[in-house]
Design a protein. Structure first.
Length: 396
């Protein structure tokens, strides 16, 4: 970014190691094309297209009127921390106390704060690739050594436990797992999770379990490594409100971890955000305790769209797509098109009016794939399929 000044900008070295989330850049480009009069189908951004359920909105409005407009405790309002502790105890089958919960603005800060609190330069962190790009960005930012574990299509984008075991060294400090997964929609089975636990065994390694999509699961039961005997003290559970309750713009998530680590993550909150917005936290209590039918309905709708979109993708020349088991993404293999992923994603946006992400936005092992979000109407998904099909006929 050019800025006319006689003073040169001397950034800290670490800024050169900071990555990004391409979804926001593609969204900006798509919006620019729209301003130029093009019509774009948005399948790039990872957020539900549903409104936040009205009981949650009303709880926030009521909280505003009642004066929940001031600073609160850095770790979160006691009532919300207790509600989250109860919810996690119930859903993960392990007793959790409120002092093990830290409420933060979105799920993302838990990635940042865990890595900031645990990783020294040279420490190794194993993370999924393709995977959420913020993991790699944060590991590199703090000077850690980013060790990717490849998620393979032939394993339905699960993780090969033997491969994971072979990556663990004396310097491994943290392993990041994410299920259901962004960008592949892959889900780690109970057997996979138990295999990961066996591979870690009694080593002093933390596991950051990113379970932000835990309620967006199309088959089977969600299983957390936190539930494996002996792992509660070594697990940092990341979950939140963004995806489950269509609350991406509210910025509220949480981490669950042993209380001594929670105290340090809370210090990072004091130093950065002071606290998560108080009235949103009051609404968070309603989200977890109130009617859950909107979550069930949203998940059923995503499943319907997933089925239709995957079927459509599999009819397109050069595309083949596995059935994702969770989250709201599809991750088709496009190797047979012969076009590199980034080039293909750009062409689909610029020439076909379909915004999607290159698999490489999620790491080097994403080459040969595209990510499409199905958080859009069936009508728009159909339109996207038609346009992609038309583009391939004209260009391949
Ligand atoms: C795997 C994963 N983890 C964390 C997040 C961050 O969620 P939030 O918007 O609550 O910060 C996302 C958002 O896309 C995600 O896909």
């Amino acid at each position: 970014m050019e800025h006319a000044t006689q003073f040169e900008l001397h950034l800290a070295d670490r800024m050169s190691r900071l990555g990004t989330e391409t979804a926001f850049e593609v969204l900006n480009r798509a919006r620019q094309l729209e301003r130029e009069g093009k019509e774009i189908v948005h399948l790039e951004i990872g957020e539900p297209d549903f409104a936040t359920p009205s009981n949650i909105v009303e709880a926030a409005v009521d909280a505003l009127h009642k004066g929940w407009t001031h600073y609160g405790p850095s770790a979160g309002l006691p009532e919300l921390r207790q509600t989250i502790a109860d919810y996690v105890s119930r859903t993960r089958g392990v007793p959790v106390k409120s002092d093990e919960v830290v409420v933060v603005p979105g799920g993302k800060p838990i990635i940042f704060f865990s890595i900031l609190s645990l990783i020294d330069p040279g420490d190794e962190v194993i993370y999924p690739n393709p995977g959420f790009p913020i993991y790699e960005s944060m590991i590199n930012y703090v000077g850690g050594r980013a060790v990717p574990i490849q998620l393979r299509e032939e394993r339905d984008f699960g993780l090969n436990v033997d491969e994971l075991a072979s990556l663990i060294t004396d310097r491994t400090k943290l392993i990041i797992i994410n299920s259901p997964q962004n960008p592949t929609g892959g889900v780690l089975s109970r057997k996979d999770i138990e295999g990961i636990a066996d591979a870690v065994a009694d080593r002093n390694i933390f596991v950051l379990a990113d379970e932000i999509y835990s309620r967006l699961l199309f088959e089977g039961e969600h299983f957390s490594i936190m539930s494996v005997p002996g792992f509660k003290d070594r697990t940092i559970l990341l979950d939140g409100f963004s995806k489950t309750y269509a609350m991406t713009g509210w910025r509220m998530g949480y981490g669950v971890m042993r209380p001594d680590l929670a105290a340090h993550v809370t210090r990072l909150m004091t130093n950065s955000n002071s606290c998560t917005a108080s009235f949103t936290q009051v609404a968070g209590v309603e989200a977890l305790r109130g009617d859950q039918s909107s979550v069930t309905a949203m998940c059923a709708e995503f499943k319907k769209r997933r089925d239709a979109f995957v079927a459509g993708l599999n009819k397109i020349q050069g595309f083949s797509c596995r059935m994702p088991k969770g989250a709201f993404y599809t991750f088709p293999n496009v190797k047979k098109t012969g076009v590199p992923s980034k080039k293909l994603a750009t062409a689909l946006l610029e020439e076909a009016g379909v915004a999607c992400l290159s698999g490489t936005a999620f790491g080097e092992f994403g080459e040969g794939y595209l990510r499409f979000s199905v958080a859009n109407s069936l009508e728009n998904l159909d339109k996207a399929l038609y346009r992609i099909n038309d583009w391939t006929h004209k260009n391949l």
